[in-house]
Write a protein that binds this ligand. Structure first.
Ligand code: SF4
Ligand code: SF4
Length: 434
């Protein structure tokens, strides 16, 4: 079905000239860029990266140095929000990475790992369940706690730092809910599809369940469509666009015939990619129009809930909270007020805006694994902002940011509790009448 289409698509996976031409090199994006703020190096700024992409588009070779500067970009898209010329930097960096991918020299271990993770693991509920179960044993047996307290992680260098970012395994895994329908509480106002993600089925099962409950409380019949799979965001961010297209087609097939009022995601990074399926499949004769329909239906859960009349039957949570903008919600999906509007409706919650909430926390998909050093530098700065508020809770809108902020709270913070916006709502609904 997609064979010939894919090869013709591959030819256009490089920055488009029209997108590059929009940059007028004014530099107004520089201060918004976390890597430029840390390093002060022009080539690690948005303007510098675009300049290098222009050089490549004019025939300059793709060098190791070029690839390093592109890899060090968080793809947080803060520069996109800051840019007065409407440069769509997210498209540029994703296309630049796709273009440079064949030039990247990888060891055989890295090649195998990459093939396993992107080609198999993220698409296989069976393998994720097996690995998730081992992770659960490591965590639930108390071994993780012992390892962390023993100080051995400090001796393990990078591996030890990565362990601090390992996601929780939460049983029962959410895979068991796929294919099921959950009725609306009270009168049915909407029928929505929920896309549960891939790793989130193992590591954020409770967040997914909270999302379903909150939607039900707000009059939604929630369908978890069978046939859904990973959204392809990590593939897109890593330049593996053809694999992402396969996943996109499957998700489109899973939901388009369901007569839904909305397709909901609770992960800002996934939602951002789901909303760009039309661009990903623009040269696919069979799917281009379907992708447009899919994108029009897709909503982040905060965006959806803030657009409807919220069920006010919540109890008081009695906490102080600050909010960290998830880059792919704020800069990718341009959603700033919706989560704040929802938090403002939670009884007993005292909200404290943090300085520079719109700057990345350093998570950025799997950036914190691939570029751990820079990610930690960005996280230390972020926790300075969080700590300055004195808030007990740090609320955000993306599972990856939650993991990063949990590590931040543990290592550089005051052990603040980290929650997703819908978890705050879920907690308040649970307290109603108590
Ligand atoms: S990306 Fe935008 S803000 Fe940055 S240098 Fe180019 S035109 Fe200016
Ligand atoms: S996406 Fe983020 S890290 Fe990359 S150039 Fe833009 S602001 Fe800097």
């Amino acid at each position: 079905m997609a064979g010939s289409t894919v090869s013709s698509e591959t030819a256009v996976d490089k920055p488009k000239q029209a997108d590059l031409d929009r940059c007028v090199h004014c530099g107004l994006c520089l201060n918004a860029c976390p890597t430029y703020r840390q390093l002060g190096v022009e080539m690690d700024s948005p303007r510098g990266r675009i300049y290098q992409m222009v050089q490549v588009s004019q025939g300059a070779p793709i060098t190791e140095s070029y690839m390093e500067h592109m890899d060090l970009c968080l793809a947080c898209r803060a520069c996109e929000t800051a840019c007065p010329s409407g440069v769509e930097y997210g498209r540029l960096i994703e296309a630049a990475r796709a273009e440079m991918d064949p030039h990247v020299r990888r060891s055989w271990v890295a090649r195998l790992t990459r093939r396993f993770v992107f080609g198999h693991l993220l698409q296989s509920p069976g393998t994720m369940t097996a690995i998730g179960s081992l992770l659960y044993l490591y965590q639930a047996s108390g071994l993780q706690k012992l390892v962390r307290l023993s100080g051995v992680l400090k001796l393990m260098g990078k591996l030890g730092q990565l362990e601090q970012l390992s996601p929780p395994a939460e049983i029962p895994f959410f895979f068991s809910k796929i294919g099921k329908t959950f009725p609306a509480e009270g009168e049915r106002r909407y029928r929505v599809a929920f896309l549960a993600g891939c790793i989130a089925n193992v590591s954020f099962a409770s967040l997914n369940e909270a999302t379903v409950r909150v939607l039900q409380r707000n009059g939604c019949e929630v369908v978890i469509p069978g046939g859904q799979n990973c959204c392809g965001a990590l593939h897109v961010h890593s330049g593996i666009r053809d694999e992402a297209r396969k996943l996109a087609r499957r998700n489109i097939d899973a939901v388009l015939s369901g007569n839904f009022d909305a397709v909901i995601s609770n992960a800002a990074g996934c939602g951002s990619t789901l909303k760009e399926y039309d661009e990903l499949l623009e040269h696919d004769a069979e799917y281009a129009e379907k992708a447009g329909q899919f994108v029009r239906l897709t909503k982040d859960v905060s965006e959806f809930l803030a657009s409807i009349e919220l069920n006010p039957k919540m109890g008081a949570v009695q906490a102080t909270a600050t909010y960290q903008d998830s880059c792919h919600l704020l800069h990718g999906q341009k959603i700033k007020t919706a989560p704040r509007k929802l938090l403002a409706q939670v009884p007993g919650l005292e909200f404290r805006e943090m300085p520079m909430a719109d700057i990345c926390c350093g998570s950025a998909g799997i950036y914190n694994v691939l570029q751990n050093e820079m990610s930690m530098e960005v996280l230390v700065a972020k926790m300075g902002s969080v700590n300055s508020t004195g808030a007990q809770w740090v609320v955000t809108a993306n599972p990856g940011c939650m993991l990063q902020l949990e590590a931040g709270a543990r290592l550089y913070g005051a052990k603040q509790r980290v929650l997703h916006v819908v978890e705050v709502l879920d907690e308040a609904y649970g307290l109603y009448g108590k």
